[in-house]
Design a binder for this molecule. Structure first.
Ligand SMILES: Cc1ncc(COP(=O)(O)O)c(C=O)c1O
Length: 410
């Protein structure tokens, strides 16, 4: 009947009901009518709090679309764990992580990222930051980092007892030429989608990096944004080329939510025990119940379904942003758009970046430039890093940004 009322096929209606039920918006029971769930009636989780000075658009990268968190699937996973798990899971956690999650993560990474591993090589931790901090504490040596590169890396390495050493990045990713002379114990790199430039590490550099590491050194692979790839051929993890010389790190901070604080290390054999020991001494292990819920989400296929939906949504947002940039900032050069949740927008050379920051602030836009991601931050970089995961009206945001750019152009 509904199909007739809406002039759509019956199959579409059935699929839509199934999807809404899977997402927790509808509740079904045998021989009962389908009802709207309490979840659907709840207020939108990410409804912005209206305050006079709050930014209208936060264009900085880093936050995924929190409104897309699969609340229904997460709640069902937790309910299943609480119902079925034995009391033993309520003991102090295993510092390696729950065996169920380690096995689920290993299976997922083998299938999706061609990572070579089994659950014995996986250590669960509270995100990429902790993973890097654990490795930096174990190595306690000089570690090369991409410059520009991920926020706070230098501070995390220093706080854990290592020394960050800046390595340049160009249009093909981390520059590998200076590596041999740099006397480093390890290099921390984002090969799938360099942060913040968005380039993929070139094939010959992947080979050079693993060859360098094979002489008793380590590559720390932060597989950042690997799940979100739109029009680029799949690039598997570097770890698969040299599993004994690469420590692979990842988390659910971009795929689900950074609030979960759940991530993993996949380690060469010689690093497993030292890293588990470091984790045990830090906090005794990551909380078990959320680990089991994530393991359930992954092994039930809900995580894959969620990622497929998220990819479609992010692609649409990226396309809307690219259209808006072409329309309002035609002189800007856009790069790094084939994967991830942000693009790099290089502005013409006559834009005064300090004036742009002021003009953007007056229009209630929060912006970030590449210079903020350098080991020694700079204010003169003309490339903006624009995140689109939460950008609700790209056209309006880019219109305001274009006004600020026009005001800041000398
Ligand atoms: C390059 C990069 N990798 C990983 C992460 C995720 O870090 P975490 O897992 O600690 O939330 C971030 C977060 O901003 C990042 O910028």
């Amino acid at each position: 009947m509904l199909a007739g009322d809406l002039s759509v096929s019956r199959r579409l209606v059935v699929e839509t009901y199934a999807q809404l039920t899977a997402e927790g918006y509808l509740v079904t029971a045998p021989r009962a009518r389908t009802c709207v769930s309490e979840l659907a009636a709840a207020p939108a989780a990410t409804a912005p709090r209206a305050t006079a000075n709050a930014p209208l658009y936060d264009l900085r990268p880093g936050t995924p679309d929190l409104g897309g968190f699969p609340r229904g699937a997460w709640r069902r996973a937790h309910a299943a764990i609480l119902r079925d798990a034995p009391d033993d899971v309520l003991r102090y956690p295993d510092p390696r992580g729950a065996p169920e999650l380690r096995a689920a993560v290993a299976e997922y990474l083998r299938r999706v990222r061609a990572v070579v591993c089994d659950g014995d090589r996986v250590v669960i931790c509270s995100g990429v930051r902790e993973a890097i901090s654990i490795l930096a504490g174990v190595l306690a040596d000089a570690i090369g980092v991409e410059d520009p590169g991920p926020h706070e890396r230098g501070e995390i390495l220093t706080a854990a007892g290592s020394r960050p050493h800046a390595l340049p990045v160009d249009g093909r990713g981390l520059c590998t030429d200076g590596l041999v002379d740099a006397s480093l114990a390890a290099v921390l790199v984002t090969p799938a989608h360099q942060f913040p430039t968005g380039v993929a590490l070139a094939a010959e550099r992947r080979g050079e990096l693993t060859a360098w590491a094979s002489h008793g050194r380590l590559v720390i692979e932060d597989d950042y944004d690997a799940e979100f790839r739109y029009d680029r051929t799949p690039l598997s993890a570097l770890q698969g080329l040299a599993p004994e010389h690469v420590a692979y790190v990842g988390s659910v901070s971009k795929t689900l939510s950074p609030a979960l604080r759940l991530g993993w290390l996949v380690l060469p054999a010689w690093l497993v025990e030292p890293c588990v020991e470091a984790k045990r001494l830090r906090d005794g292990g990551t909380p078990t119940l959320p680990q089991l819920a994530l393991g359930h989400l992954i092994s039930s296929g809900e995580y894959d379904r969620h990622l497929r939906r998220a990819r479609r949504r992010y692609r649409a947002r990226r396309d809307a942003l690219l259209r808006a940039i072409r329309r309002h900032l035609p002189a800007a050069q856009v790069t790094g758009m084939s994967a991830g949740l942000h693009v790099l927008v290089t502005l013409p050379s006559d834009v005064d970046m300090r004036a742009l920051d002021d003009g953007a602030g007056r229009r209630r836009l929060t912006i970030a430039s590449v210079g903020q991601f350098r080991l020694a931050p700079r204010t003169d970089d003309r490339a903006l890093v624009i995140g689109y995961a939460t950008l609700s009206d790209a056209d309006h945001a880019m219109r305001l940004l274009a006004e600020a750019v026009a005001d800041a152009t000398g």
